[in-house]
Design a protein around this ligand. Sequence first.
Ligand code: ATR
Length: 288
Amino acid sequence: MVNGRTRTCGLIGYPVEHTLSPVIHNFLAEQMGDNLVYVPFSVNRGLAGDAVRGAWALNLLGCNVTVPYKSEVIPYLAQLDPLAEQIGAVNTLVRSCNGFKGYNTDMPGLYRAMVQDQVAIEGERVLILGAGGVARAVAVLLAGKGASEVVILNRTIEKAEAIAEEVNTLARKALVRSLPLGEYDCLPAGERYLAIQATSVGMHPGVEDVIIDETEFYRKIHTGYDLIFNPADTRFMQLTRESGGRSFNGARMLLYQGIIAYELWTGHPVEEALAGKAYVRMLEAMKG
Ligand code: ATR
């Protein structure tokens, strides 16, 4: 029941028509008894700053931020969480006394999803496929969570090299190195890796596409974690399983980035049983 005390949270992005965030947050609010509604806001290019100022003026409790504004909103924030600063992208704004504070819940969301999926990072050798903004964020996460070795494989080697250098500086050690995509055979024989697929290759509608389609590559990985959630079973995941590995998609990451944002806005921890119910709701909405 919306009344005079209802608090509003929203999503700033463009386009926003296909977002699943309202499903997650409105379900959580209903189940947790929080008087809160979550609505999408379609923000035209060039208006991200106005949107943040407007959200503040309208007393919004918080916002999510999605493409193409995850970096663009940063100058309009009162504070920036250190992890968001390292990643260089904000997906959650939380109201504070003098403006919004920016957080990145995408990477903590991926971490919480991996914990649920029983995919370890600590002490693991990890391959990151891709060297865009998402891949960079994954490299920061892996450095913070104790991966023993990180190799970024990318078509454009310079981008992978730049991320490796930046993250090694942050981590204060030579943890991350880069390799051209086609040179995975340079990886030591006999080692098996966790591979995180951080490109958009294979995403709907290009569902037949895959970043690497040679079986030899998949023999080198024990787990393939694709950050894509549409389709739910990508070609990358299929090839991983055909070579005997475990495969996961990005749906749980999507859920947990939302749950962590919800916890930041309300201060109310979301228990795993409720997270599981929200996941079912989200998957139903995805099919619909
Ligand atoms: P985001 O910021 O969302 O991560 P992005 O910056 O566009 O997205 O990065 C996309 C990544 O996917 C890049 O690493 C890109 O490789 P290049 O750096 O060589 O451009 C990778 N990518 C996209 N399409 C690809 C394809 N068909 N084959 C190989 N890599 C591809």
